[in-house]
Design a protein around this ligand. Sequence first.
Ligand SMILES: O=C(O)CCC(=O)C(=O)O
Ligand SMILES: [Fe+2]
Length: 111
Amino acid sequence: MINKPAKTIHDEYWHPHIDKETYESFHYTSLLYLSDYNKDFEGGRFIFMDKNDVNTTIEPRKGRVSMFTSGSENLHLVEKVKSGTRYALTVSFTCDESAAISDLYFTETLN
Ligand SMILES: O=C(O)CCC(=O)C(=O)O
Ligand SMILES: [Fe+2]
């Protein structure tokens, strides 16, 4: 794993964004957290920017999974990490067959 400075606006995770605008094929975004907020790192909470100005905050914790639709209904940002190292694994799901990764098992078994 590498730690490099952000090159594009999309690498700058602390801006409010919509995943589907960044990655067109995304329909569902899931996140698996691999480190603990306030133990392994400071800052780095995930924040949904709710329309009524009441934000919803997720504190990353090892093994915690978050899943949400990737459209404008789920505008979000991640606070800048102030110290330590934060690990999160993004797993996306698509309903677009042309963007899907082929699954050899299903391809061979069902066809
Ligand atoms: O690491 C996270 O909690 C979310 C990152 C994110 O919003 C993204 O990669 O689009
Ligand atoms: Fe995102």
